[in-house]
Design a protein around this ligand. Sequence first.
Ligand code: NAD
Length: 557
Amino acid sequence: PGIFALANHHFSVATESSWKHRTSLRVPNLIGGSFVDSQSSEFVDVINPATQEVVSQIPLTTGKEFKSAVSAAKEAFPSWKNTPITTRQRVMLKFQELIRKNMDKLAFNVTMEQGKTLKDAQGDVFRGLEVVEHACGMATLQMGEYVSNVSNGIDTYSLREPLGVCAGICPFNFPAMIPLWMFPVAATCGNTFILKPSEKDPGASMMLAELAMEAGLPDGVLNIVHGTHDVVNAICDDDDIRAISFVGSNTAGMHIYSRASAKGKRVQSNMGAKNHVVVMPDANIDSTINALVAAGFGAAGQRCMALSTVVFVGDSKPWEEKLLERAKTLKVSAGTEPDADLGPVISKQAKERVCRLVQSGVDSGAKLLLDGRDIVVPGYEKGNFIGPTILSGVTPDMECYKEEIFGPVLLCMQANSLDEAINIVNQNKYGNGAAIFTTSGAAARKFQTEIESGQFLVCIICHPISAVAYTIKLLFLFPDKIVASCFCFLYKIGINVPIPVPLPFFSFTGSKASFAGDLNFYGKAGVQFYTQIKTVTQQWKDLSGGSGVSLAMPTSQ
Ligand code: NAD
């Protein structure tokens, strides 16, 4: 029913009030609690990457429609902010129950629009669901602090208050999880929200919004606008939007970070990655190879935490042979096929880009151990499939190593020692995740301690405006190194764990070119991002008699 028609890739069977009689492929915006058809004359096709069928179409939302979404969010803010936190938590409690109930429909929609396998799509929804569960404890997470008697009869306490209207801009690769990193935390803190889903797979956001409203989220607390660059720029420029959460590529992320922070907004920007795994000679061969294959090729390599580079310490040959043997057994097919291990990449352009980067590796001397570029999948001949691909003998100067590939391609490198391997990881411009496979506690500890920014770690824990000013200064001082700069927080490290995505009580940390901002997604930092501190100093004592006028700076008495 309702928007779940999306799961069947058309809107014609809508039965709930918001979706009744809908026959169009066009995805509406969500403004002030109503699903509203855009008056735009421009639409973008949402394409099933396994078949090239048009699943739906998103509008390029007009400026007027965008403004009305912001007004709805602004109007909803005062009463939502004043709604008891226990009530806001209860909405999340109901929301998580509805997500569980509709897990299969959500996952099916993710597979139809994004291409990943159904099992992987369930993981996408589940990892987002965990953030909703975490938001159910917001009263504790949002607690302030209190110091009594800071001076005679005076107490000071701090409150974490919501910011107002916040916005989220999403990438295509986790259509359910990433919107769920954003609006549940923001809304439970008392903010209202404008969500801009990826234009490539908006369906899960729409379904989640309908469930959130069914769970009791009042009209205007969550609004959805579709589009691409123009609506993103409108979000960056709008004076009523106080904070922006972004996840996606570096080009978009740095543009949004600088444009929005120049307007005085808070921004958290999670960007690209080149995640390395260091394999020590003492690692357990079977479990390590399984982990490399799963984390390198799962989701067709389109996870921000996908392993894209393996650094073998010592002789890499026996490892590469095993890797090749295991990778060859993977089944590439549409995500709806029950035996598929990996599905297609998101678009024809993405496939062309991956193939070009693989070829650049070959041209600069890497050895193509496994080539998945020409794969044809029976029954899905038009799909954007790339089979598992392995390049060995890769060196740091190669374009395939320097660029994020974001496809099912594993690059193999070799190092003579752990020190050399750590140096390779630290020299890379990205700082998202890194893992080590070893049975040596000493090696694991050394890795955990020494993995860091390597080139040029800029730690700034301050207001984004100052961060931008500081960056501009650094640009003048170190023009050649600024690409590798970051605004604090470190890698996610895995020790015998290939994809160390932290659960929501921690934060999704990142550094160097993988993150800009000073407060990460979810966990304590996520709550801090969506709240501001108000500090109250109060005096309650018998003031009869007075103590006269003193113009000196007050000091503790
Ligand atoms: P993308 O940057 O192309 O798109 C992300 C969003 O930004 C979309 O909503 C899009 O409409 C908008 N956008 C794109 N270009 C823009 C521009 N020039 N100006 C304004 N808005 C623009 O990213 P994608 O291809 O959807 O996602 C893949 C990328 O996301 C990869 O680089 C991946 O590493 C990264 N990613 C990072 C994380 C993380 O947590 N670090 C998580 C998931 C994905």
